[in-house]
Design a protein around this ligand. Structure first.
Ligand code: SER
Length: 308
């Protein structure tokens, strides 16, 4: 697999969708504007809620962005190899333009032909009621045994905040274990092996088929248009394309990690079970948390969140 820097990954994504006639739109602040139901921008679609609902006109029916996002809900996971409070989401959006077929086709084309992921290691999750998407994935070359069905907990997205657009989603997951794809056939039958349930899979790219509006009273109505809202996690993609095991080993974190190493005297990468020094073994997690929280706090402060 070709190694790409995070700057290159972002460019490949935006250029790809620009070549499919998407407008490259600037990201919004981490503080949402005109949305009292949302504390912080948590997704690429947050700044476009009124385009999805039909309340205002988008500058283009097809948009692509690289959006800084903040998820307070993931704070307890910080320190593992994939979860961050602040992360960057690469997204493509359709406001009543293309729908499921193009969203799935382009996602696969981008992942395999442009970012260099191995098609054999891509697994798909689909909402249990969405038979149409299963057929689309099969038609574009994903074998049925690599398509896993899940309910609302895993494959329904939104709303961002207490109300807003939402819909069923389909995700592209990548196998990061060390088994050869030729052995997948037997493993696929095993309980607990597969996306969302096994640690050898990472969710990389979420395609939301935004068809509904979730109202504050809990009811849902159909939107005037069928829309697409997607999100690919830059830090997770960088981890895999740079051949690393953790977001903290990517170019996005390297300067922060080395600064913390210098200041603390501890070295990243000492958490191996073979290391008999307990203090060193727990240092990786502490270094990760420091790096993550200082990066996310910096972005929050830059956007005007003032600590009291
Ligand atoms: N809104 C969806 C998500 O955050 C896709 O962008 O995953």
């Amino acid at each position: 697999m070709k190694s790409l820097t995070s700057v290159e990954i972002r460019k490949v994504f935006l250029d790809f969708f620009q070549s499919k006639n998407h407008l490259v739109h600037p990201p919004s602040s981490l503080i949402p504007s005109n949305d009292p139901t949302l504390l912080l921008t948590n997704s690429g679609m947050a700044q476009f809620k009124s385009y999805f609902s039909g309340e205002s006109e988008p500058p283009s029916k097809k948009i692509t962005t690289a959006q800084k996002c903040f998820r307070t809900t993931d704070i307890d996971e910080v320190g593992d190899s994939t979860h961050l409070t602040l992360f960057e989401m690469l997204g493509n959006f359709s406001f009543g333009d293309y729908f499921k077929i193009d969203a799935c086709k382009w996602a696969l084309e981008l992942m395999t032909n442009h970012l260099g992921f191995e098609k054999d290691k891509i697994f798909i999750s689909v909402h249990v009621d969405d038979k149409e998407s299963v057929e689309i994935w099969k038609n574009i070359g994903i074998p049925e045994e690599k398509i896993y069905l899940f309910g609302d907990e895993d494959n329904w997205w939104g709303p961002a905040g207490d109300e807003g657009p939402c819909g069923p989603c389909s995700e592209l997951h990548y196998y990061i274990g060390d088994k050869d794809p030729s052995s997948f056939k037997d493993l696929e039958k095993e309980d607990g092996w597969g996306p969302n349930t096994h640690e050898d899979f990472v969710e990389l790219y979420n395609l939301v088929f935004t068809q509904f509006y979730h109202h504050i009273d809990g009811t849902r109505t159909e939107l005037p248009n069928k829309n697409i809202d997607t999100g690919m996690g830059l830090e997770r993609v960088a981890t895999i394309l740079q051949g690393k095991n953790s977001v903290y080993e990517t170019d996005l974190f390297s300067s922060l990690i080395s600064k913390i190493e210098k200041k603390s005297g501890f070295k990243w990468g000492s958490s191996s079970k073979n290391n008999s020094n307990l203090e060193e073994r727990s240092a990786d997690k502490a270094i990760s948390v420091l790096a993550e929280h200082s990066r996310s706090a910096t972005f929050l402060i830059a956007d005007g969140v003032i600590p009291e």
